[in-house]
Design a protein around this ligand. Structure first.
Ligand SMILES: *[C@@H]1O[C@H](CO)[C@@H](O)[C@H](O)[C@H]1NC(C)=O
Ligand SMILES: *[C@@H]1O[C@H](CO)[C@@H](O)[C@H](O)[C@H]1NC(C)=O
Ligand SMILES: *[C@@H]1O[C@H](CO)[C@@H](O)[C@H](O)[C@H]1NC(C)=O
Ligand SMILES: *[C@@H]1O[C@H](CO)[C@@H](O)[C@H](O)[C@H]1NC(C)=O
Length: 321
């Protein structure tokens, strides 16, 4: 059912070569099992993009020609770092979007970037907004991606206030919005609608509306049936929602590589690399199917992904509202 829609869309988007869904991507922690990655990249896979919470693509696992890569500036250090500009300039021309500040309303020990709205506004205007234009390449830039919580929305309000205090005319210009969600489908709907209201509610009809990218989502700590049910409701909803431009499930790893906070119900692959029910639904395959290639290293994830895994702990805490 999905395939026919994507085949129809594909010819309008030159960089899409398979039966890809231009919205569907993956939050990629760095699974080194070749067979798992082959399931992400084979012809029937609907994936079209991915990101790594960093400026650096996982080119060894995901060749640049296969999925579009979206870089992310994680915190203030990255915004100020002179290496950032070179890293961005070195990315393939297909990378046109830049994500900023990961969960600034979350603490660093849980993987957030823990930045006050004032400091974020200052760094955004000084170091990030200039990437939109006037450089060797112009990026489409997101506002910081807060946790899916009332605290996240408050942070965005304070950020906006600080932005206009610094630049009365322009504030912190943005091209799209990044959202995180861990929880049930109804909560996801409500959160996206709150963000849409916040950013687009007061725009007049002739002003373009800002689109949302859901860059992390999952139903944490639930059993396989509930998780598949949530994903099964979520995917058609997001595919049909105009103001959602892209989304990425968390995550593309084996059950035994899942972190404690999400639980292993969110994994697309079982311990042996076979597609779970969830993986089959997200990747357009069959439950139990395995990919091609070696099994990969004993631990499927890069060591440097530990930080990213721990990020989620923070995101979880704020979803009780
Ligand atoms: C970049 O953002 C602008 C809005 O600021 C939008 O009109 C344009 O289509 C975006 N480009 C891409 C490649 O998404
Ligand atoms: C939208 O406009 C209303 C009424 O002027 C105002 O109270 C509200 O704060 C505005 N919202 C945003 C997000 O600017
Ligand atoms: C941001 O602040 C400006 C200036 O106060 C205001 O006009 C605008 O509506 C605010 N935007 C949002 C999304 O709150
Ligand atoms: C997904 O939803 C459809 C209807 O919306 C239903 O027919 C199907 O059984 C559901 N599948 C799962 C795995 O929940």
């Amino acid at each position: 059912m999905h395939a026919s829609i994507y085949i129809f869309l594909a010819p309008t988007l030159l960089h899409l070569t398979r039966a890809q869904n231009p919205k569907r991507g993956i939050a990629y922690l760095g699974d080194t099992h070749k067979s798992d990655n082959s399931l992400l990249l084979r012809d029937v896979s609907p994936l079209s993009w991915y990101y790594t919470w960093s400026l650096y693509p996982a080119t060894a696992q995901i060749p640049a020609s296969e999925l579009e890569f979206t870089p992310l500036i994680h915190g203030i250090d990255g915004a100020e770092d002179s290496a950032t500009k070179n890293a961005l300039n070195g990315l393939p021309a297909s990378s046109q979007h830049l994500l900023t500040f990961n969960e600034p309303d979350g603490t660093t020990d849980s993987g957030g970037s823990s930045i006050s709205p004032e400091d974020a506004a200052k760094a955004y205007i000084e170091h990030i907004a200039p990437y939109r234009s006037g450089n060797s390449r112009n990026w489409n830039i997101s506002h910081p991606s807060v946790t899916g919580s009332p605290r996240g929305l408050e942070w965005l309000q304070d950020f906006n206030t600080s932005c206009y205090e610094i630049d009365e005319k322009n504030g912190c210009p943005t091209d799209f919005i990044a959202a995180h969600w861990y929880g049930a489908f109804d909560g996801l709907k409500g959160w996206l609608s709150s963000l849409d209201d916040f950013y687009n509610g007061n725009r007049s009809d002739d002003e373009p509306k800002l689109k949302i990218w859901v860059t992390e989502m999952a139903l944490p700590k639930a059993d396989a049936e509930a998780t598949v049910g949530m994903m099964n409701e979520t995917l058609p909803y997001l595919d049909g929602l105009d103001y959602v431009e892209r989304y990425a499930w968390f995550g593309a790893f084996r059950a035994n590589d899942a972190n404690e906070w999400t639980g292993d119900g969110v994994a697309l692959f079982g311990d042996d690399g076979a597609l779970t029910d969830l993986g089959a639904l997200y990747l357009n395959g069959k439950k139990g199917e395995k990919g091609q290639g070696e099994e990969g290293a004993a631990s499927g994830l890069h060591a440097n992904c530990g930080l990213v895994l721990s990020l989620l702990v923070g995101a979880v805490l704020v979803n009780y509202w």
